[in-house]
Design a protein around this ligand. Structure first.
Ligand code: ZN
Ligand code: ZN
Length: 300
């Protein structure tokens, strides 16, 4: 069992919002980490509607500098300032993001009352004892990153075996966890017989991009994959021209990458009344797929 890991779908629409779908924004919550992926216009209102506190945000990962993914930033940052946000806010994005952010700060003339650290990233760019974050370059009209959150595996002690061998609490448990064989009350026990490796969870976000070879290896074995599917496969050419994905392509990625669950987002407004078109298109290829609504929350 993993530590609690949740994805809040704050905005599942794309360029043009409608009454049900706001612009892209996703919040990954893991322990004290609140990682916001993209910040479309009105994202701070979506926080309120979802009864989430934006002051808990620790990191913002921007996929790219298109308005549907970033227009919510000035308002959100202003709210954090006036709400007494005291943490250092880390903002990560692809090449060019620093210049865009500096221009945005200049245009709005806002003075942040908290520290902001901006980093243009690719590859592994953050790591602590629990998880790491990775970015991979996608192919879109603008420099664009896909992101993965990867929880680190943990060594667990098999409690049933402990009971069986009457190995109660004590310093020997730490030795076992460190992979060391132990002697307890004159008897020898091998660590490998008493401990097992528990795999950590992986969540990936692939937003605006044309289909490309880097996606599958990057999202490999994700437990959850949040992926754009602006079009369905009948509009394949349009998807290619606008540098976006179809639902069928997203499903093919999920299948090849052995993903646990696929969530389709960034749907074109043409599917306002009929998102089943997108869902069916993906289901032909990959069964474990859904089209979340705004404010949905899933546990990974
Ligand atoms: Zn977009
Ligand atoms: Zn875009």
């Amino acid at each position: 069992m993993s530590e609690q890991l949740k994805i809040h779908f704050l905005g599942t629409g794309s360029m043009v919002p409608d009454e049900k779908r706001n612009h892209p924004a996703f919040l990954l919550v893991y322990k004290a980490e609140n990682i916001l992926v993209d910040c479309g216009e009105g994202t701070q209102i979506q926080f309120r509607k979802a009864h989430l506190n934006p002051c808990k945000i620790t990191k913002i990962l921007l996929t790219h500098w298109h308005g549907d993914h970033t227009f919510g930033l000035p308002g959100l940052l202003r709210t954090l300032s006036t709400s007494g946000y005291k943490k250092k806010l880390e903002i990560y994005g692809p090449r060019g993001i620093r210049k865009h952010l500096d221009e945005m700060f200049a245009a709005f003339g806002t003075i942040q009352e908290f520290e902001i650290q901006i980093k243009e990233v690719s590859g592994k760019f953050f790591e602590n004892s629990d998880f790491y974050l990775e970015a991979e370059k996608m192919i879109h009209v603008q420099p664009c990153n896909a992101y993965s959150f990867v929880e680190k595996g943990k060594t667990r002690i098999d409690k049933t075996k402990l009971k069986k061998f009457k190995l109660g609490h004590g310093p020997h448990l730490k030795n076992l966890k460190d992979g060391k064989d132990i002697t307890h009350e004159g008897k020898k026990y091998k660590a490998k017989d008493l401990v097992f490796e528990e795999k950590g969870k992986k969540v990936s976000f692939v937003l605006d991009t044309v289909f490309n070879d880097k996606i599958v290896p990057f999202v490999k074995n994700s437990d959850a994959l949040v992926m754009e599917s602006t079009f369905d496969s009948s509009l394949n050419e349009l998807a290619k021209n606008y540098m976006h994905l179809t639902a069928e392509q997203a499903a093919r990625v999920a299948k090849s990458a052995k993903v646990g669950k696929l969530y389709l987002v960034h749907l074109s407004e043409r599917y306002d009344k009929n998102r089943d078109v997108v869902l069916k298109d993906a289901k032909k290829v990959f069964k474990d797929v859904s089209v979340p609504k705004d404010l949905d929350c899933v546990e990974v």
